[in-house]
Design a protein around this ligand. Sequence first.
Ligand SMILES: NC(=O)c1ccc[n+]([C@@H]2O[C@H](COP(=O)([O-])OP(=O)(O)OC[C@H]3O[C@@H](n4cnc5c(N)ncnc54)[C@H](O)[C@@H]3O)[C@@H](O)[C@H]2O)c1
Ligand SMILES: O=P(O)(O)OC[C@H](O)CO
Length: 342
Amino acid sequence: MKIAIVAAGSWGTALSLVLNDNGHDVCVWARNQSQVDKINETGMNEKYLKNISIPKSIKFTSNMKSAFEGAEIILFSVPSQQYQKTLEKMIEGGFMRQGVILINVSKGIDMNTLETMSQITQRLLPEQVFVTLSGPSHAEEVSQKLPTALVSASKSRKAAELVQDLFANDYIRVYTNPDVVGVEISGALKNIIALGAGISDGLGYGDNAKAALITRGINEIAYLGTAMGATVETFRGLAGVGDLIVTCTSMHSRNRRCGILIGQGHSFDESIEAIGMVVEGAYTIKSAYDLMVKFDLEMPITTELYKVLYEGKDARVAVNSLMSRQKKHEIDEYAKGFEIWE
Ligand SMILES: NC(=O)c1ccc[n+]([C@@H]2O[C@H](COP(=O)([O-])OP(=O)(O)OC[C@H]3O[C@@H](n4cnc5c(N)ncnc54)[C@H](O)[C@@H]3O)[C@@H](O)[C@H]2O)c1
Ligand SMILES: O=P(O)(O)OC[C@H](O)CO
């Protein structure tokens, strides 16, 4: 199929390699001509994907017309805070023609509207066929063809299965899931918890602390997700706990690495700058905090991280606040399950 990718960052580039391996006609659009020139000259996208050769069969261009005209599938890999603006630009350019399938791979929640990428798309293009592709998948490993499992989520079974077929090969396995919001909230909020896990690592707290953050974190993600209409089972799947594990533990993770720098005492802004690629959790923390208030939920990890990142609270004091919360049952509904009450 003819597939156009919006943005030549690390994930857009890694996915272009997979689609090219699978025999598709792939063109990557980048906004910056000097980046395109460099990739075309060197056969590498060194800033975003180190030491990976890019086959000549993948085209890179900064010309929107030549990238998007005739594309059957358009895959968006821009940072989520840029998604609405980019989609509007594509609509204005007349590139979102009827019949084109939109795949989104970015993981975040818009800070201004508090919408996920499917919700933005639905508002701007109510008839658009939309698929989100998510799951535990670092570009650095996918580009080395290391085994990876993904989730293709769409309201349309046909579209979810088409995307499953597009990416599946001997190193990529893709599952389908109709719970689009659940997959989106999982992918967006795991970045927040990974920032927290990184801060914990940077402070020198151990594996116990990180395991607690991951476990209580997925609870918190599911709490917000189900309030937004998601299915609880999605959170124990690849997009949920799977992506949470990889992002909280891998040194490839931009969110975790940013958190480590903060835990070591660097400022929030310095840490984001040092990563040099998008740190989605830095923005999604604000959206998640606002959604928590909107849905009137209690999300202690999100609250403390928001205070550390946006209100300057000391991270050690934030951990103390989490540890000294009122005592509670691990799962509220299970409280009635005690056999002996005295
Ligand atoms: N890197 C990964 O391993 C990975 C894996 C899965 C999902 N994701 C998600 O994919 C999204 C992109 O991540 P990434 O790692 O590729 O980020 P990145 O920082 O490596 O690249 C982002 C790219 O978007 C471009 N860009 C930014 N604003 C733009 C705009 N307004 N218009 C056009 N282009 C613009 C940048 O120039 C850059 O090329 C994020 O939401 C991330 O969470 C990343
Ligand atoms: O490197 P991160 O933290 O942006 O995470 C990338 C992917 O979402 C991992 O699945």
